[in-house]
Design a protein around this ligand. Structure first.
Ligand code: 48F
Length: 262
């Protein structure tokens, strides 16, 4: 019995290390690197993986899902409008019709469904990773520079690694972290009215929802924005706990990237 348990411990450790490093090696050169596992990033990951692309999603949190887990003020329900319901239905999320073409769903159920469907479609999820920079090649964004989130949080001086990708998606939410990093480099102009990250405006539901989808685009060769990052980059409104725009933005990004990769 003692021998059996001794061997089990070795198998557990070796199994995890073998599997994890094979997964990491298999994702060093991919089609799409998604930064941020909020609703828009997860939906983009789902549609890109479903279309057969090699997709990895990086999120600095232990539990990806971004700002959707907590609903509003930790009241764990969200609202989605009719326009986005085809996505909700495709992802198999349970919902209840509410008023005037809106639907209510449990935020924890919805977030976990998005994570499940994205990974089941074939996207690989790397949690506890911070994307601290991008790789530049031939005047294009050509990959992401990654480090352990705790390394960054502790301020440790540890160099990162790189993941090469044909397209990079900034789905980092309100902070627009990847786009800000790119815009800071000398001589770079983003595809926005000022050439820079403009920063989000105050809350306006209809306006914010509409512009989230409109602002979903390639902001620099190889770099796309979705969700709240799309609105932050282009200077549009936030919208609070209505999530249809986030889902539609994720789907639109996937379509734009698929078109570009063809
Ligand atoms: O903010 P977030 O949920 O992204 P989103 O898809 O959705 C926005 C809504 O949740 C909500 C809203 C709708 O009413 O306004 O805010 O735009 O998720 C962003 C994710 O990105 C991760 C972060 O941990 C979060 O899970 N993230 C941010 N910066 C980095 C990052 C980074 N540099 N590296 C890795 N992950």
């Amino acid at each position: 019995l003692i021998t059996k348990f001794f061997h089990m411990e070795k198998i557990v450790s070796r199994g995890i290390i073998d599997s994890y490093f094979a997964k990491l090696k298999n994702n060093l050169d991919i089609d799409v690197a998604i930064v941020g596992g909020g609703p828009s990033g997860l939906v983009a990951a789902y549609y890109l993986a479903k279309a057969g692309k090699k997709v990895a999603l990086f999120d600095r949190k232990l539990a990806p899902g971004g700002g959707m887990w907590g609903g509003a003020m930790m009241f764990n329900d969200i609202i989605v409008q009719e326009e986005a319901m085809p996505i909700v239905r495709e992802l198999g999320v349970s919902y209840r019709a509410y008023e005037q073409g809106t639907y209510v769903m449990d935020s924890v159920h919805t977030t976990s469904a998005l994570i499940y469907q994205a990974t089941k479609a074939g996207a690989t999820l790397f949690n506890c990773y911070t994307v601290e920079d991008v790789v530049f090649k031939n005047e294009r964004v050509a990959g992401v520079v990654v480090n352990w989130a705790p390394v960054q949080r502790e301020g440790m001086h540890v160099d990162p690694l790189t993941i090469m990708a044909k397209a990079v998606l900034d789905g980092t939410g309100h902070d627009c972290e990847v786009s800000r990093t790119v815009a800071r480099k000398n001589g770079i102009r983003l595809n926005t009215p000022t050439g820079d990250v403009i920063g989000e405006r105050s809350l306006s539901v209809e306006e914010g929802e509409r512009t989230t989808v409109e602002n979903t685009k390639e902001v620099y060769p190889g770099l796309y924005v979705s969700g709240m990052a799309a609105n932050g980059v282009s200077g549009s409104f936030r919208m609070g706990p209505i999530f249809g725009g986030m889902l539609m933005s994720g789907k639109k990004t996937a379509e734009l990237i698929l078109e570009a990769l063809q």
